[in-house]
Ligand binder design. Sequence first.
Ligand code: NAD
Length: 509
Amino acid sequence: MADRTELQAGRTRKTIHAGGEWREALSGATREILDPADAQPFAVVAEGDEKDVDLAVAAARRAFDEGDWPHTPVAERAALLRRVADLLVRDRERLGLLESRDAGKTVEEGRVDIDCVADAFRYFADLVAAEAPGRVVDAGSPGIHSVVVHEPVGVCAMITPWNYPLLQASWKIAPALAAGNTFVIKPSEITPLTTVALIDLLIEAGLPTGVAGIVTGPGHTVGARLAEHPDVDLVSFTGGLVSGTKVAQAAAVTVKKVALELGGKNPNVVFADACATEDGFDTAVDQALNAAFIHSGQVCSAGSRLIVEESVRERFVAELARRAGKIRLGRGTEDGVECGPLVSEQQRAKTEEYVASALAEGAVLRCGGRRPEPSPQRPESGYFYEPTVLDHCHREMRVVREEVFGPVLTVETFRTEDEAVALANDTEYGLAGAVWTADAGRARRVAGRLRHGTVWINDFHPYLPQAEWGGFGKSGVGRELGPAGLAEYRESKHVYQNLAPRPVRWFAG
Ligand code: NAD
């Protein structure tokens, strides 16, 4: 079993867990985990491959087919999930710090993530504990007893991204365990540490041997093998559109269940009436800032498209750019820092490329658009990039159509409600969007017309574990959280019992 003290220090090579045993990669390969704030390695993990996946899936398969977990009473499964939530609260500081160093976010963001992870475990514990064991169906005859029950899907593969490593993992692990499945998870190869630590907590909480598995390693080997594996019954993926499409294609060969949480290009629609008072203006600007730049814009639901009514555009954008220019960038573990670096050099290079292409296509830079000056809080080797506001954007620009996943906000304008809705829906994605207005009727009308999985009215970013999360269009397939987030991890079974069987005499002989 991995030593938690070792993990806390961020150094361990035994990050693959299969059949109750912590192991190194079969090949012996390792990977250094870099701190995005200075590009220095601070942990070493096992770099698994397809063979490690086969081992972990075999263990999860055995635990499902022969073990007790799928048949453990719901109350006991719920109690275990609640114990995990308590352990997360106990370890909040340690895990919050680890998430901060791994993903480059501020420690406070890391702590909030851990609170949300604990909430997910509690929510799914409460949900299953309160359920009826089955739904009796009226078969229309007293001689028939008919009931629909829910059973676990089996062995679940989970593939997660680097922006909210433990939170995204918890949205899969908590419902999967609540429903009685076994699983193998593959965290992002660049941010695996908190997911490894969570497996330890599951074991400490008393999860039976073999139910939880993890293989650290890259997507094209570990992830791809999980998606195609014949002994995996379901694959749940959160990440980008390109990898998600590959996962769906690989999974199709064995017709396994597939759940995809993909990217977003999320509109933040601001009507002039929302800015009619000073308070309203201040709130809408403040939240537009938060929508676009929290976690340096590396959020699937980031409000990266500001769609603002023409009449307030100049004042709104000027204030937004002024405030964006004051965001304090630095290492997430430093006091007073409001925003950390991007997660990797690759992610920063991608951001720089989008900004360059936007400027070449006619966008006007209102702030940012460059790497910040180095400082003691911001080493030159860190992957920092200034919050950037690009004005005069339009839908033909790549930066408006494609997900940047960096601190880049584009500005488009509209004159009518119809135009605002058309712009907000003009995306291949459909994850989330917001409308800001003081007119209650307009708020409901526009919310009703937006083709996005979450719509905020006069707010941005909050989610509730009780409410489904997921996307329209190319933002994904299926939902996480809420009752539908549990249903993903279940099969329905109709049990039809004839209480007084008799011949049917369909055939004469
Ligand atoms: P990514 O697609 O590059 O990687 C996600 C995961 O998939 C990683 O673990 C990666 O190793 C793995 N992977 C890569 N190629 C694979 C393959 N061929 N087969 C199987 N697995 C493979 O995404 P990322 O850069 O880690 O994360 C950012 C993306 O995640 C953004 O597009 C963001 O919008 C999305 N995201 C979506 C949500 C949501 O709830 N909809 C939440 C968080 C992040």
